[in-house]
Structure formats: structure tokens, C-alpha cells
Design a protein around this ligand. Structure first.
Ligand SMILES: [Zn+2]
Length: 581
């Protein structure tokens, strides 16, 4: 829907970009701009910038950018109108709504409230006589009252409509319960019934504290043993980790990643307050990015079985890509952390944590296990692959240490292996150099936008259009000199659209800020535009402005001229062929 410009203007001025971003990202001032760690990609050095006077943010790492509305869209996964509502709420503004509009955001708010009430309902059930068995189970697992409270554990009664009845009595509709994944609908009869019955319930809470789903563990032998909420509009397994809402407050230097929520809870019970679990999916890049926002080191404690080890191998590169240090915990004498803690206690686990291997060690050891090193042929193959692996380690010290370690494993002389590693290292760096040269050669193409769909057809005009917009945003008074310029003169349509809207705003005496363009430009276009606005400026002067204007109009005339010429040729060609009949 379209919101009135006056309202959007008020919205933008009441939500300064540095305040909106500052709620999610710690920003430090450097000159006129603010910098922080990008919330959209994991990073260790601040390449995320906020320009308060331009009202925009831009990340030099992942090239995301835009105004306050774009930021909220991206950060809260909202569409444009809902991001507007979100900011309006933040600033205490009334949104001019048309009534037929049932917004996605309002729906989400309803589902969050429903899930919160459901969690309360399950938690209260834990005190009823029917929950006797669950209470015993909790006790048997060694979970104290504080843990039960902190994670809001609960009990889903062994009935078909206990939750359904309780929540409809509170005013939620059956449809809402269905959308939240809390009830199922009978295929033939169309009746609704509770999804979770006779289970110990674990609410799943996102980092902002919203209950978004549930996990439930059976109390009898029925299957599945663990049942999770399905994906819903508020529950995305790829983007959420169990206990992240608790762990984000932890003072620990690392986050422990476990395979199941029972492991994570057990760790918290034993005082390890930085354990999270994925939710019945393997680790995703989104998970890795999220972890990188809260810590610099992750300890993987997946199960000791083959499946767990495969999951570990898959997780390492994803985590490392974000700049995280990765350590791998080797469980001995137990299959998972929960069992280990019960058998050996917290102190032994702490020791295990301290001894956990960095990924360099882990990879070498994993490689070793694939070979029988008493067989000569296998020894040679191991040496080759170990050399290849070790050559990828970043520091010379690391390469030295693991060269010796590998030589020891294979009972080879370290010198032999050292030469092999040196050769592999050379091959690798030569390849990297070739790739770099190729990138350098493409330097000209570097002025082209990152996104393919925005390729500039007319570079001369596009560069002038970029500068022109930069100058107008810095000095809106220059619009007075651009009266003769038309949207159609622009060779890049998004610049034309942006120019028109900004000029409109300037004429109506509204603020001329890039953020206002979120109304007419797509997210990708906004990102590109903000990238353009971040480029270093030459001085803003009337002269420079006139030069840009001239280039744009000249190129526009040329393009039009060519079109006219083509049309004329076409007419001539047709005439001729008719004449020939
Ligand atoms: Zn970024």
C-alpha cells in the first residue's frame, strides 16, 4: 500500500537511522559516519557504516544498504508496509491505514501472542496431577526448578483438545492455532486436534524473546521421540537456534553448539550457560552468521557417532567462513554431552572443553583415521593428502607444528613431508596469484554494479547520473538547476525513478533523503543506490553539477537520435520493398 509522503517524512525524521540501527548494532563514531559490525554477515572488522546526514547505512563487506525502512525490512524480515508500521510503533506514530488491510505484521503479532499464551498454558500444566510422570522424568534428568523456569518447560496434556479449548476460550481462532502449527486438522472430518499430546514441552524462543514454536518429547514409547513445530510464518528453523535468547546474555568467550535441546539444557543445568542447539536441522549458513554476531569462538559438541561426525565436517567451513574460531570437542565414554555430564560431571566436561581441538588438529586426525598407516601405500597417500591439507593452514607456525604431527603419525621424516607441503603451498599461492591477476584485469568492469541485472549500458551517462544524484542528496538546492532534466533522460531507470521522486519531494518542500526512495525502489535497487551514494565525492559545485547534467542530456539525445535514425532506416527499407512489388 502507499503511505502519504507527509507521513513517511515524519516517520523518517522521527526514526534517525543511527538510532534505529543502534538498537541492533554497537556503533562507534569515526568522522561524520558511524561504524559497527555488520548484522547481515559475520565479520570481525567493522565494515558496516551509517551516514546520519544521508539517512542511510551501507556495508562495504556484503553490499547491503538503504534507509531506516530497508534496515528494518532486512533485520526483522518484514515487507515494506510492515516495516513502516514497525517504525511507526517505535516512534509512537499513528499509521494512516486503510481498513481492509490485514497486515502480515499484525498477523505475526497475533501468532507470537498465541505461542506465548500456549507456553504459559503448558508451563501451568506441569503442576497438575496429570503431569506426575513428566515431573519424575525432569527429576530423573537432573533438571532443577531454576532450569525448568529459565527454559519455560511445560507439559502438553494427554488429551485431544486441551490446548485447543484453552486458547479458543482466550479468543484465538482455530485457524490461528493451525497457522501457528499448534493443532492439526482431520483430513476427512475437518475437525481440529492438538498436535502435542502427553509430551514434555520446550518453548522455542527467538533472540528478541518471542515464543515462535515448540519442541516436545514423548513420555511413552510412541514415536517420534522428539516432535517440533512445523515451519510457520514466525518459525524458521534455518534462522533460529534453541536457547539463543538465553545465550546472548552469557559472559562466556565461546558458544557451545549441540545437536539437541536436551543437550543444551543439560549443559545449562551444569553451569555451561552458553550452549545452543539447532532445531532438528543441520547447521545452516544463517545459523553460522547469527553465531558470529554473538561470539568469536564456537565449540562443536556433536554426537560421537558417524552422523554427528559428518555434521561436524559440514559445519566447520560454514562457521569458518564467518571468521569464527572453531573447536571440536571429542567425547569419550559417552555418546552426547547430556550422557557425559551425568556420567562424569561438570569438572570432567570442563576439562574436555579445554582440550577441545582446534579445527586444524581435528582435520588432520580425521584424515589419519581414514588410513591404515602400517601399510606403505596408504602411508604415501596419507602423506600426500596431509601435505595438501596442511598447506591450507594460514600461519607458518601452524604448518610447522602440524607437519611434525603428521610425520609422527605416519612415522616419516618431517623433512620429506616439509618439502611436500612447500610444493603444495607453492601450487596454491600460484593459483591464487593467477586469480588475483584476472581480477585486476577486470578492473574496468569494476565500475559496473555488483548485481548483474543492473549492468550499465551507457557507462558515460551512468557515471554522471551517479554523481548527479550524490550531489543532489548533499545539496538539494541544486534541483533548481535541473528543471530541464527528465526521468527518461536517465540511462539507468532506477536513477531516473529516484531523481523524479526526490524532485517531487523537493518541490513539495519535504526532506530530500535517500531513505525516502524505499517507496519506489526494490530492496536490491536501494542497496545498489546506497552503494553509489557511499562512493567518495568530488566537491559539490554548480559547475560539476552542470557538467553531469550536460553529459546525461547529451547521451540521452544520442540514444534518442540513434533510435530516430534506426526508425528512419526501417521506414526506408519498407518503402523500398513495397516499391519493388
Ligand atoms: Zn555486511
Amino acid at each position: 500500500m502507499a503511505f502519504p509522503s507527509v507521513f513517511l517524512d515524519e516517520l523518517n525524521s522521527r526514526n534517525p537511522i543511527e538510532d534505529v540501527v543502534g538498537q541492533y548494532v554497537a556503533l562507534t563514531r569515526r568522522g561524520g559516519n558511524l561504524f559497527g559490525l555488520c548484522p547481515f554477515h559475520g565479520e570481525k572488522t567493522a565494515s558496516f557504516s551509517v551516514a546520519p546526514e544521508k539517512g542511510i547505512y551501507y556495508c562495504f563487506g556484503c553490499h547491503k544498504g538503504g534507509g531506516a525502512i530497508n534496515f528494518v525490512m532486512e533485520m526483522e524480515s518484514l515487507d515494506y508496509p510492515d516495516a513502516v508500521r514497525f517504525l511507526a510503533k517505535r516512534a509512537g506514530l499513528e499509521v494512516p491505514e486503510d481498513n481492509r488491510d490485514h497486515s502480515q505484521y499484525k498477523k505475526k503479532e497475533r501468532l507470537w501472542a498465541l505461542c506465548r499464551d500456549t507456553a504459559r498454558f503448558f508451563h501451568a500444566q506441569l503442576k497438575t496431577p496429570a503431569a506426575q510422570e513428566v515431573r519424575q522424568y525432569i527429576q530423573k534428568r537432573g533438571l532443577g526448578q531454576d532450569t525448568v523456569t529459565r527454559f519455560g518447560l511445560g507439559y502438553a496434556p494427554n488429551q485431544w483438545s486441551a490446548l485447543l479449548d484453552a486458547m479458543t476460550a482466550k479468543g484465538y481462532t482455530k485457524q490461528e492455532l493451525l497457522e501457528a502449527g499448534l493443532v492439526l486438522q482431520h483430513k476427512d472430518r475437518g475437525t481440529f486436534y492438538d498436535r502435542f499430546r502427553n509430551r514434555l514441552m520446550f518453548p522455542i524462543i527467538d533472540v528478541r524473546g518471542n515464543v515462535i514454536g515448540f519442541g516436545g518429547r514423548v513420555m511413552d514409547d510412541s514415536s517420534p521421540k522428539y516432535l517440533n513445530s512445523p515451519e510457520t510464518t514466525i518459525f524458521n528453523k534455518r534462522r533460529n537456534l534453541f536457547a539463543m535468547n538465553v545465550v546472548k546474555k552469557s559472559k562466556s568467550d565461546y558458544i557451545i553448539l549441540t545437536e539437541g535441546y536436551m543437550d543444551a539444557i543439560a549443559l545449562h543445568q551444569y553451569g555451561f550457560d552458553s550452549a545452543v542447539a539447532s532445531l532438528g536441522t543441520s547447521l545452516t549458513q544463517e545459523h553460522a552468521d547469527m553465531l558470529a554476531k554473538y561470539t568469536s569462538e564456537v565449540v562443536l559438541t556433536y554426537d560421537a557417532d558417524a552422523a554427528g561426525q559428518n555434521a561436524t565436517q559440514r559445519a566447520i567451513p560454514m562457521l569458518e567462513k564467518t571468521g569464527l574460531r572453531v573447536k571440536i570437542l571429542r567425547m569419550q565414554g559417552a555418546k552426547d554431552p547430556d550422557e557425559f555430564l551425568k556420567k562424569f560431571g561438570a569438572d570432567r566436561f570442563k576439562l574436555l572443553l579445554q582440550e577441545s581441538e582446534n579445527q586444524a588438529e581435528y582435520r588432520l586426525r580425521s584424515l589419519q583415521m581414514q588410513f591404515d598407516l602400517s601399510v606403505d601405500e596408504q602411508k604415501v597417500e596419507f602423506a600426500k593428502q596431509a601435505a595438501e591439507l596442511i598447506s591450507t593452514y594460514t600461519t607458518a607456525v601452524e604448518r610447522e607444528i602440524y607437519c611434525n604431527r603428521a610425520a609422527e603419525m605416519a612415522k616419516l621424516s618431517p623433512d620429506v613431508l616439509k618439502q611436500e607441503i612447500a610444493r603444495a603451498y607453492k601450487r596454491r599461492t600460484a593459483k591464487q596469484k593467477r586469480e588475483q591477476e584476472k581480477r585486476d584485469m577486470d578492473a574496468v568492469a569494476a565500475r559496473q554494479p555488483k548485481t548483474r541485472e543492473f549492468r550499465y549500458d551507457n557507462m558515460r551517462s551512468a557515471v554522471a547520473e551517479e554523481s548527479l544524484l550524490r550531489m543532489l542528496l548533499r545539496e538539494p538546492a541544486l534541483f533548481a538547476q535541473a528543471e530541464s532534466l527528465e526521468e527518461a533522460d536517465f540511462s539507468v531507470s532506477m536513477f531516473g525513478k529516484g531523481f523524479s521522486l526526490l524532485r517531487e519531494r523537493w518541490r513539495e518542500d519535504l526532506s530530500v533523503q535517500a531513505g525516502a526512495l524505499a517507496e519506489v525502489l526494490s530492496g536490491a535497487e536501494m542497496a545498489h543506490l546506497t552503494a553509489v551514494l557511499q562512493k567518495p565525492d568530488s566537491l559539490v559545485s554548480e559547475e560539476a553539477f552542470r557538467d553531469c547534467l550536460q553529459v546525461i542530456q547529451e547521451e540521452a539525445r544520442k540514444a534518442k537520435g540513434t533510435d530516430d535514425l534506426l526508425a528512419m532506416q526501417e521506414r526506408l527499407r519498407k518503402k523500398k520493398s513495397y516499391g519493388g512489388i
